[in-house]
Design a protein around this ligand. Sequence first.
Ligand code: RIB
Length: 304
Amino acid sequence: MNKIVVLGSTNVDTILSISHLPKPGETMHMQARSTAGGGKGANQALAAVRAGADTAFISKIGDDHAADFMMDTFKEDGLNLDHVTISETEGTGKAYILLQDGGQNSILVYGGANADVTPADVDAAKDTIANADCIIAQFEVPIPAIVEAFKIAKENDVLTFLNPAPAPSRRDIPDELLNLTDIIAPNETEAEIITGVHVEDDASMQKAADEMHKMGISTVLITVGSKGSFYSFKSGKTGFVNAFKVNAVDTTAAGDTFVGALMAKLDHDMTNIEEAMTYANKSSSLTVQTQGAQNSIPYAKDVK
Ligand code: RIB
């Protein structure tokens, strides 16, 4: 069983179901409004633990009802919560999801307590990171905390996995962080922000991957939504694993499910990459068939 640590955000998502995005100046009715647990970090941690990994979560929440709601789910799923701490000044993070007919979404995030995660919080989890197989991080917590976590990981031969979402501009991603990253998993848009290469076909995917290899990253995965995902090892081995065709009602957390499920299944030597990607694709194909983030992330028995 893989031992995973996820460093990342906890959000409560408010889902606003609408027929189309409003134009500037337009007022329109929404069709429904609902709440679900979310946050890229929390979603990835739940995807990993539900896929069978021993998973610890490093995150920050507020001292509020939203935090109680989130912690109840985390406990039910058996996440190690020793390093989920409470901000003294900020409330639990929030996200507002504009969900259009057909399942496409646009997400606005208010960081709250997530913006309060510090390198000192990460240092407090040093032993947990050092004893893991892999640490996963995204960009909904401050970059200095991610750098600290990846430094600890590299000192202890722990794989570092960066999901660069939401993507800041390239100049805001320090070279130091990319040098500490073993595996990076952007989508097409994030790959373009990081490399400047517009990803639209096999050749441009490989070009973007090569640019990331030059930045010192040995393994690049580029996810291309409903098509599937591409992998490229610095050694030269590459491949594409197709996604499963399903009727999507809400794509929220599809990428997070892919990341958590993949790393729950990937061996340290990565020789089973295509098998692990297939499992991750199956998992996210289930996620998109139910509305909401955490309630839609499947368990291993459902994927089987
Ligand atoms: O990736 C989906 C997640 O992004 C949502 O759950 C929302 O909270 C934002 O963090």
